[in-house]
Design a binder for this molecule. Structure first.
Ligand code: FPP
Length: 158
């Protein structure tokens, strides 16, 4: 699934957005990704598919934020604890991140049209080098955009 979901809202979704826009819209919203594995277990999917569905939900959520005019979105997606999972699962998550960052680079036109500035914050040194490179490319490519700021947090220490 794409990072920037095409604007294919239903009549009812458009109605809800117009209602929400009548009130104050927050400037900054933050999300913590959680429950991917529990969701997969509940509907008898493989863990990997639970993580993929989690990413798809994130992309959908970003679309809502764009449409609502939320200026800054922060996603806390990968903690130091997550690196302690089985190497199989960490590899699966890294493969998914690699695939999604590659996809992000292919969606340059959409990102530029929407004015999305990508920021990745945290300590990136445990990530494979090719993913760090993709992240650096995404940050550099979108650095002058200023309509929406999308921050992706990895391995933060609190
Ligand atoms: C939370 O559910 C999900 C994570 C800790 C990993 C999220 C990361 C990805 C899906 C990688 C996607 C890549 C990009 C570029 C966004 P959980 O696994 O903790 O599930 P649980 O709460 O049911 O145990």
């Amino acid at each position: 699934m794409s990072w920037i979901v095409d604007n294919s809202l239903t009549w009812f979704q458009k109605f809800c957005i117009n209602v929400l826009k009548c009130g104050p819209i927050p400037r900054h919203v933050a999300f913590i990704m959680d429950g991917n594995r529990r969701f997969a277990k509940k509907i008898h999917l493989k863990r990997k598919d639970g993580h993929t569905r989690g990413f798809d939900k994130l992309a959908e959520t970003l679309q809502w934020c764009l449409v609502l005019g939320i200026k800054e979105v922060t996603v806390y997606a990968f903690s130091i604890e997550n690196f302690k999972r089985s190497s199989d699962e960490v590899d699966t998550l890294m493969d998914l991140a690699r695939e999604k960052y590659k996809r992000l680079m292919e969606e340059k036109d959409k990102l530029m049209a929407e004015g999305v500035c990508i920021r990745v914050i945290g300590n990136l040194e445990l990530l494979p080098e090719d993913i760090r490179k993709l992240i650096a490319e995404a940050i550099i490519m979108t650095k002058d955009n200023n309509k929406v700021f999308f921050e992706y947090c990895i391995r933060l220490h609190f």
